[in-house]
Design a binder for this molecule. Structure first.
Ligand code: BGC
Length: 935
């Protein structure tokens, strides 16, 4: 047995984090048995556990997905912990020792600071660093620094950057809270120079769609408190004050959008003073943000010499971060770099970044060195290089991929390389847009924490990576903005002066993100932390409803709704056709339901009953408003059907008509999607889960516009904002709002995990302790292999269509249990293939409960998993197979079919108006029979 993935609040050995509700989690691997029969957690202030501060008792229930340490923590203390697990066979293991260390407080800011906020005594535009020489004259036991710089900062001791983090202290609602960091310092004897290098960042620089400036403050500022504990038992505290000096920075200009100007010739030896600046202490809080670090270094795949004579590096991947290069440039020479996502006519292009300049200028002092940026980042694949002397060699460049630290949890591959690339593209979308805040895009003059985009993608994100710490921090920002808006949720978080709030499906990030996080990781802390936020948002909607006559519908407000859907009235417009008030009412119901369930989980019984009742009222009002008595949904769009199916607003009497409505909508659109931000994330899921799995696969496999693989075939390495961001001729479709790295439509990957591979968390026992595996293969893909290192442990679901056989392999983690559903199977056959399982026949499927272990099955399904044909096959499909083509040539010899009719089914083709050819019922049945016989 091994105990792995040990974390505290989903962080590995966190130093200086806010550890309110310190909760440990771990994963047991390679155990002899199936269940944890006992676990013991020990906490100590000593690494060797010679004194134990806490030991869990025999009656304490320790669940590996989250056990809150029932101890009162002290500030500025390091705690060591370990866990011992024993299974039913007596197999046992003790984990490696883990630790966490508290900041100046455990959480919040109930402490005094000796350090004072200072600002360089220079013009406010001048970029600078503040520093002090600290004399260490006796042996040191340990030293810590509690530091923050605004807008952005890096801490240096004796010229060396401390830690490996980028863009500290990250981006949060600085008006409400400021996260400081804790550093373990190594001082040498004698003089030590401590320096805080400052940059404008989100706080002070240009940031926001209206190119706002100084959103949170107009001066650079630093606060640093250094504690040194000496061997003689004394402690010394050195805080920032006006004794500290300032110097000019070589980073003479920097901005999130504009990039950076690095002038290596700037005289940094000239000393300036510092001044006090009163930013108060109330907002200070130990950090929550996971570290933003460099995760990968990519070498350009090509140096392109473009038709207009430019030199352009191709990174081979649309990525987010920095460009590092090795400079041997002579003194005074100026290197200039511009960043873009796509070439146009083979030339460098960046107009879709709008006002974001995304540049880097380096003025050389003649010293050979590696150069990189500090206080900006770029979303790019191509870099135009100007001013480089001699041959541009790819070896001299690296793209540094930066994003927030989150453990990667999964892999999903199939027999189809395009689908595999799509999964990768979605993951790259996540990397690039999880830089402290979940953003819409990482390149243009936006890079905002758009709540809608964040909500839509959160389900997929939870499969890809451990997002608990990341969303915990975002949740805090979201709530702190809500507090200022009487419960409403802004369109972007942090707000940074962006106006706009309370849009349906955007603001519901307040309920949906914590709920997804809970489902995936089973840790109730996120629900506890966000409860007031969730409630605040639902109360806001209810107030809006009450003011509008308490209809238990939400029929007011302005909503983005099915943003960027293709069925809108204005060609190329941004608003979809689905009635925004219908979507708003559905989300009102959906969020109220989540809140009621959350209240029940947290033991808030009164709230659970109250919001449960409100949800029931919304349900009834919705049914009355949007369905005819015979079950016809009054809004006839793909998204409308998907929304009522997903949110549970499809009453039994309407179910069949809703499903048929959805099918017909797609059929009328020649089986092409036309959905936007609301419909798309749920579209394939609702098709698969409501008897239309084949259409879900059909949409996935669509290689033309609009579809996911169209982008892949057009060379996308991330997911685009629009279905037609790039036209078939390679031309960008517009510059107004057109990002090539927008993760929203990457949410198809959630369908792949949940439906294609079938791995689903359950509400009853979250964190995949009890979960479901319901794989749904389709002939269009030969095999699928998914691995998810879930909170409970490693889950696997793999299938293969092998001739007439269906083969499956599943792994259920230690101390977990899965309900497995095998499609088109017989209980008798399945029971014979695995020991100790009790199979139940459920219609066409076989269902059984599986404990920890690996299971393999191979059987001939009751319905063939190969392509079949009928009169309902499309003309295109029937032409593609020589055997069906031969049937048609003989039985229904049409000469030329208009191109746009090729996606019609044969049945539709036989309707006179299309083709002029009618067909008798007998003939129809005969052709159908012949087609069905084709193997
Ligand atoms: C963003 C979107 C966002 C939308 C809302 C856009 O500019 O990039 O992804 O959700 O605005 O209107």
């Amino acid at each position: 047995m091994n105990i792995k993935h040990l974390k505290l609040n989903h962080l590995t050995n966190p130093l200086g984090y806010d550890v309110q509700n310190p909760t440990i989690s771990y994963v047991v691997e390679d155990a002899a048995g199936k269940h944890q029969v006992s676990a013991k957690v020990q906490v100590s202030l000593k690494e060797d556990f010679s004194e134990v501060l806490y030991e869990s008792g025999a009656d304490e229930e320790i669940i590996n997905t989250g056990f809150e340490l029932p101890i009162a923590l002290e500030p500025m203390s390091r705690y060591y912990w370990k866990v011992q697990v024993t299974d039913e066979t007596g197999d046992s293991a003790v984990s490696d020792v883990q630790w966490f260390e508290t900041a100046k407080t455990v959480s919040g800011n109930d402490c005094t600071w000796e350090a004072k906020w200072i600002t360089p005594a220079l013009d406010k535009q001048v970029q600078a660093a503040v520093w002090k020489d600290i004399e260490v004259s006796k042996p040191v036991v340990k030293a810590r620094a509690y530091v923050v710089g605004l807008g952005l900062y890096e801490l240096y001791v004796n010229g060396e950057k401390q830690g490996n983090e980028c863009l500290l202290p990250g981006f949060c609602d600085y008006d409400s809270w400021i996260q400081y960091q804790t550093y373990e310092l190594q001082f040498k004897a004698g003089k030590n120079r401590v320096e805080v290098l400052l940059g404008d960042g989100w706080y002070k620089g240009v940031y926001g769609m209206r190119t706002l400036v100084e959103n949170y403050g107009d001066r650079l500022a630093a606060l640093a408190e250094i504690h040194v504990w000496y061997e003689d038992g004394t402690e010394e505290i050195i805080g920032t004050d006006t004794e500290w000096n300032a110097r000019k920075s070589q980073i003479v200009e920097n901005g999130i959008y504009s990039g950076e100007v690095y002038d290596a010739t700037v005289d940094t030896s000239e000393t300036f003073g510092t001044e006090l600046i009163d930013l108060g202490y109330e907002r200070l809080n130990p950090r929550l943000s996971p570290a933003i670090i460099v995760h990968e270094k990519i070498q350009p795949i090509e140096v392109i010499h473009t038709p207009t004579g430019e030199t352009v590096l191709d990174m081979g991947q649309n990525m987010v971060g920095w460009l590092q290069f090795h400079s041997k440039a002579p003194k005074g020479s100026k290197l200039f770099f511009q960043f873009g996502e796509i070439l146009q006519d083979g030339n460098f292009y960046n107009e879709n970044l709008r006002t974001a300049k995304a540049e880097f200028t380096y003025i050389s002092d003649g010293v050979e060195r590696d150069v990189c940026q500090h206080f900006t980042f770029y979303g790019y694949r191509f870099v135009k290089v100007t001013g480089w002397e001699g041959e541009v060699n790819p070896e001299d460049f690296r793209g540094l991929v930066i994003h927030s630290e989150m453990e990667e949890l999964s892999e999903l591959t199939t027999s189809n390389p395009l689908v595999n690339r799509l999964v990768l593209n979605a993951k790259w979308g996540m990397k690039g847009n999880f830089v402290d805040v979940p953003t819409d895009c990482p390149q243009r003059d936006e890079r905002y924490g758009w709540t809608g985009d964040a909500q839509i993608f959160s389900g997929t994100a939870c499969y890809f990576m451990d997002t608990v710490a990341f969303y915990t921090k975002y949740g805090r920002d979201l709530y702190s903005e809500q507090v200022k808006m009487n419960g409403s949720v802004p369109d972007v978080v942090p707000v940074a002066n962006y106006p706009g709030d309370a849009s349906t499906a955007w603001a519901d990030a307040a309920t949906i993100i914590p709920w997804n996080v809970y489902l995936h990781y089973g840790d109730k802390n996120i629900l506890r932390r966000q409860y007031d936020s969730m409630k605040g948002w639902v109360d806001y909607m209810k107030r809006a409803d009450d003011e509008d006559g308490a209809k238990r519908l939400w029929q007011t407000g302005t909503h983005y709704a099915d943003w960027l859907a293709l069925d809108g009235n204005v060609p190329g417009g941004v608003y979809g056709a689905t009635d925004p008030n219908m979507i708003a009412s559905a989300y009102y119901y959906y969020s109220t339901n989540i809140l009621a369930k959350t209240a029940a989980i947290l033991g808030k019984t009164e709230d659970a009953a109250f919001y449960g009742k409100v949800a029931a009222e919304i349900y009834n009002a919705f049914i009355n408003e949007y369905y005819t008595p015979t079950g016809k949904l009054s809004v006839d769009t793909t998204t409308a059907y998907v929304v009522v199916l997903y949110t549970g607003l499809t009453p039994d009497f309407a179910y069949e008509r809703v499903c048929r409505g959805l099918m017909n909508r797609l059929k009328k659109n020649f089986y092409h999607l036309d959905t936007g931000f609301v419909g798309t994330p749920w579209l394939c899921r609702m098709l698969s889960e409501n008897g239309m799995n084949d259409i879900a696969y059909h949409l996935l496999m669509e290689e033309g516009y609009p579809g996911w693989l169209y982008e892949v075939l057009m060379g996308a390495t991330t997911v685009w904002e629009r279905w037609n961001s790039v036209e078939p001729d390679g031309k960008i479709s517009g510059t107004e709002m057109n990002s090539l790295n927008h993760y929203s439509y990457g949410s198809i990957v959630e369908w792949m995990f949940r439906n294609m591979a079938g791995i689903n968390p359950t509400e009853e026992t979250a964190g995949f302790k009890k979960f479901r595996i319901v794989p749904m293969p389709d002939y269009r893909i030969e095999n699928c292999d998914a691995k998810l290192r879930a909170a409970s442990g490693l889950i696997e679901s793999a299938w293969k269509i092998d001739g007439k056989q269906l083969k499956f392999k599943f792994t259920v983690p230690f101390d977990a249990e899965a309900e497995i559903v095998l499609p088109n199977a017989s209980a008798e056959v399945i029971a014979g293939q695995a020991e100790n399982i009790e199979c139940r026949q459920d219609g066409e499927n076989v269902v059984f409960l599986a404990e920890a272990g690996t299971y393999e099955f191979c059987y001939e399904p009751t319905t063939p998993y190969r392509k079949t044909y009928s009169i309902n096959s499309t003309w295109e499909e029937l032409q593609a197979n020589p055997k069906t083509k031969a049937v048609l040539e003989k039985e229904y010899p049409l000469k030329k079919i208009p191109f746009e009719k090729e996606l019609c089914t044969l049945e539709e083709m036989t309707w006179g108006p299309f083709t002029g050819y009618g067909m008798t019922r007998e003939k129809r049945e005969r052709i159908d029979k012949l087609l069905k016989e084709v193997e």
